[in-house]
Design a protein around this ligand. Structure first.
Ligand SMILES: [Zn+2]
Length: 355
């Protein structure tokens, strides 16, 4: 499969030096800003930016980038390696006193026989503009200032660093999480500003680094809203001995949501994931025998909450309502997760084109 980064996107209908080998028809991608991804970013960022108008344009450009990335995935799915004649529409929709955007990107998916066309930005001219230099200097100063204490960064500085695409931002997020707690809006803004593959790696890395349940929920929310689910990483997280039950339970909530793009390889991965889920939640209750009133032995189990007096045939703990593996009925239990995963697998099997 092609990498989405290799898919070429252009507003023109032809490309010098590249012949169109095959047409796949029109592909489109919509991002409704205000009801899904955008609402989270916007909700976090409105206080964040204090309503600066520059930010508004900045948010739109992030959503546009999102739509273009989705367009690339549409092209990959068809087997194309480029999208030509690309147009982006931004429609403003007002409803319920709230303003929303619908960003639509569309173009024609094609296969070009020559994909290594140089991007104009990458073309080496031997010259550097003063603007590029000014950005690089500002970046150096900001990184230098905040390297030892990213927490003291103001939200404006944070956003400026995102615009400048500072690679250290991922480390800053991690540093912040470990030292003072994760800031959800900063994480959303950062994840929205980086490449898809990098955001997956970051999401899972943070997931593994935190031990607080609230943060696990936040990271899970980011992984699901930004569609960063990755089966390989989920399997190794579930298998890892160093991860707590809270981690593994949060992972169950994460993997029941679909991932971004599927191929036939995912059928095998889903099977492996289902097996892993099945094996990852052993009984943690401690069984004990106790002499009853008439000298008859009675079997009891001790729950993780340290309630010792549960009868052997009690499915749930008397005190906390958890079962012998530590699950409450409202939790995503392994059985529930396996049901969802099987459903994804079966539906995928039908949706994938026959080989
Ligand atoms: Zn209990």
């Amino acid at each position: 499969m092609n990498n989405y980064m290799d898919v070429l996107i252009t507003t023109s209908s032809t490309l010098d030096g590249a012949k169109i080998k095959q047409y796949f028809g029109i592909v489109s991608a919509h991002v409704v800003a205000g009801t899904n991804v955008f609402s989270d970013i916007a909700a976090g960022l409105s206080d964040f930016f204090g309503g600066r108008s520059a930010t508004y344009a900045d948010q739109i450009s992030r959503i546009k980038a999102q739509a273009l990335t989705d367009l690339k995935y549409e092209a990959i799915e068809l087997g194309a390696n480029a999208v030509i004649s690309v147009t982006i529409d931004v429609d403003e929709v007002s409803g319920g006193g709230k303003s929303m955007f619908m960003i639509t990107a569309y173009g024609t998916a094609v296969t070009l026989d020559k994909v290594h066309i140089e991007n104009s930005e990458d073309t080496k001219t031997g010259l550097v503009t003063g603007n590029v230099l000014a950005d690089a200097i500002e970046k150096r100063i900001l990184v230098e200032q905040h390297k030892s204490a990213p927490l003291e960064m103001t939200n404006d500085e944070w956003c400026r660093l995102l615009e400048l695409k500072v690679p250290e931002m991922g480390d800053f997020i991690e540093w912040e999480m470990v030292n003072s707690g994760l800031k959800e809006e900063r994480l959303f803004a950062y994840v929205a500003s980086i490449d898809f593959d990098d955001s997956i790696a970051l999401g899972y890395k943070l997931f593994e680094k935190t031990s607080k349940e609230g943060e696990l929920r936040t990271i899970q929310k980011v992984i699901n809203k930004m569609i960063l689910v990755d089966y390989h990483r989920s399997i190794s997280l579930l298998k890892s001995k160093s991860n707590s039950l809270a981690h593994k339970k949060a992972m169950l909530n994460t993997i029941i949501k679909p991932k971004r793009l599927y191929s036939r390889d995912d059928i095998n991965l889903l099977n492996e994931l289902i097996d892993t889920v099945e094996a990852s939640f052993p009984t943690i209750a401690i069984f004990k025998k106790k002499k009853g009133l008439l000298g008859k032995e009675k079997e009891l189990w001790e729950c993780m909450c340290s309630q010792k007096e549960n009868d052997a045939d009690d499915s749930f703990c008397k005190s906390c309502g958890r079962d012998k593996r530590g699950f409450k009925t409202e939790d995503t239990t392994p059985e529930k997760a396996i049901r969802y995963l099987s459903m994804i697998k079966e539906t995928l099997n039908e949706a994938l084109p026959a080989q």
